[in-house]
Design a protein around this ligand. Sequence first.
Ligand SMILES: Cc1cc2nc3c(=O)[nH]c(=O)nc-3n(C[C@H](O)[C@H](O)[C@H](O)COP(=O)(O)O)c2cc1C
Length: 332
Amino acid sequence: MKELARKFCIAPMMEWTDRHCRFFHRLLTRRALIYTEMITTGAVLHGDRSRLLAHDPAEHPVALQLGGCDPRQLAQCARIAEDFGYDEVNLNIGCPSDRVQEGRFGACLMAEPALVGDCVAAMAAAVKLPVSVKCRIGIDNQDPEEALEALTCAVERAGVAALVVHARKAWLHGLSPRENRGIPPLDYARVCRLKAAHPDLCVVLNGGIANIDQALAHLERVDGVMMGRAAYQEPWRLLAVDPVLFGEPARFASPKAAAEALIPYIERELARGTRLHAVTRHVLGLFRGVPGARAFRRHLATQASKQGAGASTFRVALAFIEDFDARIVAAA
Ligand SMILES: Cc1cc2nc3c(=O)[nH]c(=O)nc-3n(C[C@H](O)[C@H](O)[C@H](O)COP(=O)(O)O)c2cc1C
């Protein structure tokens, strides 16, 4: 089995971590393991597969996250993920949305550890790729000590390569998916106890990690961290991942230099018919706090979705940004 570094992961986020976002994030860190949005087994098996699973060779290492609960279909999808060249396949046991609950997958599977074990076993038997799971510490009235332990034992027996734990419960009734990312309290200690009880399992902690210093602190007690909203909303922080967590030089000395490196990609995508906004919407947070950031955002917000907007629109937006050096990396 291929060894993947999971020390720093960028979370799967629907409508956010599409292929443009992932390409952009890869410009900011060589070492992060990047996740796709969740794609359901139904979509992989019956949808426009080549569009849904397309990714750029530069994105590696990249993991495909699947949503589903049928071991046979998940095994089929894992094989397809392998054929498409993904580096890992991940099963979503954390999403609380109504649509996902109706399909009987996502977070509600926290109540069915044996089925999750069957899913992971079927996927692991089908591919050479590592199979990982992303879960919560529990749902509704579950006791997180028991629920997380039962799920962990089931997936460990099934050969899971890593368990990503969003360190809060999901409440399946009465809270929206957004509220379920903020209202149930974070319980990092539960995840650390899990790691202590399963020293051989790769445990990745997720939830509320706001900056790279916090990531570094968590890494004293778990094998990896996964950052979601902070990575997306303040992507400049990702420039600190390689130097601070891996002792390697940052890919670029400044966010502006990283943005300039995105221009050839933008030109390539525009030539394929992609709208400028589809790429640049992921870049809006790159300069938070930097002189010119507001004008950059405003220019893209008003111009990038217009018919005919092109790389020059992005260049004009970038020109608002004052040259800024690597100090920002140190502040991440
Ligand atoms: C817009 C958005 C979409 C998300 N979509 C997914 C998803 O497709 N699969 C998943 O496992 N988690 C999804 N999540 C949850 C994140 O992966 C992560 O667990 C959560 O945001 C907590 O991490 P954070 O506090 O670092 O953001 C999503 C989160 C956001 C903000």
